[in-house]
Design a protein around this ligand. Structure first.
Ligand SMILES: Nc1ncnc2c1ncn2[C@@H]1O[C@H](COP(=O)(O)OP(=O)(O)O)[C@@H](O)[C@H]1O
Ligand SMILES: [Mg+2]
Length: 419
């Protein structure tokens, strides 16, 4: 990797039309004067209609890689970066073709398929839940027999390739397990046969670690506490606050466990986002992904003088010098505003009051009025986000809770089918 700052840099982002992350990365590239090219997961013709230069199919990584190599023949780039999990295989394949540094395709696959991940973590001896995989077409009573015998309760049912806690359900005994499994199958479909996971439930507090890998070495950028209990049966994310208030030794153990997990998956470069649970036995990996934290949430982080997380990631990817990997002195946090129940969102009140709460940087309602809200485990979105900054993590958490208390959502029940 060269580090001469005077050379013009160019980067290709792989992204999806609906990605929350694109804007933050494009903005960061602008600030760093890195020229940006976008490849979007869209059929070629549609991409052109939408004025994108390059539409590729992320589900066919080798074809996408060939197309990308072709498109870049005259305009070489310094790096190819997939902004979320869907493009990571295509990014690895294209980087391989063009001789750019990249994670092995097998590592990229492990970081986005929970079954492959569990197998590799187990093989690498990394603390993670016991698990058993089944097929959607398996007989559920027989599945339950095996769960009784090999996993026990409480357990967690989960799909292998969704995110945002969709389809993740805790069950405390056999009848609950059967109901949870039926609910998951209803979501993901029975045919064609696909794998799903059942895991032992790991009790404890949960944290999220944001890091960057350089030559296999993990640099922790931020550790977030998730102070709201995540005990199930569904696991809706709410508050993230950094810096973590856990003891230094625990934070160190979390970093070591995450580095071991990255190593077990074969991830050695680029951003990682890991989720762990911590109990008296130590940290356990819930999951680790080869990407950064969800787009809007990264706004809670500032590094060095005033660099965003995306700027650090781009500097590393393009071989530009990185001045500081140290997070600012202030504490920061975000609340993903939970959906209280199903229905149609008719009104949102209190945004001004919430924004005026001390420490609040912004309140963004992303749910659209008159649209149906679908809570977990089937749903996939939040009502919006509240961002806060303050001197301490406690102050930030208090600001987020106070702001949330100002918000009132008018949710109307859907009209019952039979009047
Ligand atoms: N084995 C487990 N034990 C305890 N909690 C779990 C387990 N698996 C998942 N969870 C909870 O469910 C949440 C979502 O699960 P995760 O595997 O991270 O899927 P997703 O990709 O949808 O985020 C986790 O953040 C955690 O709170
Ligand atoms: Mg997760």
């Amino acid at each position: 990797m060269t580090t001469s700052p005077q050379l013009a840099r160019r980067i290709l982002f792989l992204t999806t039309p609906q990605s929350y992350r694109t804007a933050a990365f494009v903005e960061a590239a602008k600030r760093l004067e890195i020229e940006t090219l976008l490849a979007v997961d869209l059929p070629k013709q549609l991409a052109e209609e939408w004025k994108h230069r390059l539409g590729v199919d992320f589900h066919r990584p080798e074809d996408a890689a060939a197309q990308i190599a072709n498109a870049l023949a005259e305009r070489p780039v310094d790096a190819i970066l997939s902004l979320d999990d869907t493009g990571s295989l295509a990014a690895a394949a294209a980087s391989h073709r063009l001789g750019l540094p990249h994670n092995a395709p097998a590592a990229a696959e492990a970081a986005r398929n929970k079954l492959v991940m569990r197998k590799m973590l187990r093989a690498g001896g990394v603390a993670s839940p016991r698990f058993q995989d089944f097929l959607t077409t398996d007989d559920l009573e027989q599945v339950a027999d095996r769960v009784d015998a090999s996993i026990g309760y409480p357990c967690v049912v989960k799909p292998v390739d969704l995110n945002g806690s969709r389809g993740v359900i805790r069950a405390n005994e056999r009848a609950e397990f059967l109901a949870a499994a039926r609910r998951l199958l209803h979501m993901i479909g029975v045919e064609p046969a696909r794998p799903f996971l059942v895991e032992s439930y790991i009790p404890g507090v949960e944290v999220a670690l944001e890091g960057i890998l350089d030559n296999g070495r993990l640099q922790v950028l931020a550790l977030f506490d998730k102070p709201d209990p995540l005990d199930g049966p569904f696991f809706e994310e709410t508050i993230y606050v950094t810096p973590s208030r856990l003891p230094a030794a625990t934070q160190q153990a979390i970093a070591t466990c995450t580095a071991d997990a990255a190593h077990a998956l074969g991830l050695h470069m680029g951003p990682i986002h890991a989720e762990l649970r911590v109990n008296e036995e130590g940290p356990w990996i819930v999951e680790i992904a080869g990407r950064s934290i969800g787009g809007l949430c990264s706004r809670t982080l500032r590094f060095g003088v005033d660099a965003s997380l995306e700027e650090l990631i781009l500097r590393q990817a393009c071989g530009l010098p990185i001045e500081s990997l140290t997070r600012e002195d202030n504490a920061g946090g975000v609340m993903m505003i939970p959906i209280p129940g199903p229905g149609i969102l008719r009104s949102v009140r209190g945004v001004e009051e919430a924004s005026a709460v001390a420490g609040i940087e912004s309140v963004e309602i992303t749910a659209r009025l008159h649209n149906t809200l679908v809570p977990l485990p089937e749903g996939e979105s939040y009502l919006g986000f509240i961002f806060a900054r303050g001197e301490t993590a406690d102050a930030v958490e208090a600001s987020l809770r106070a702001a949330h208390a100002c918000l009132q959502f008018g949710i109307e029940e859907e009209i019952p089918l039979w009047g």
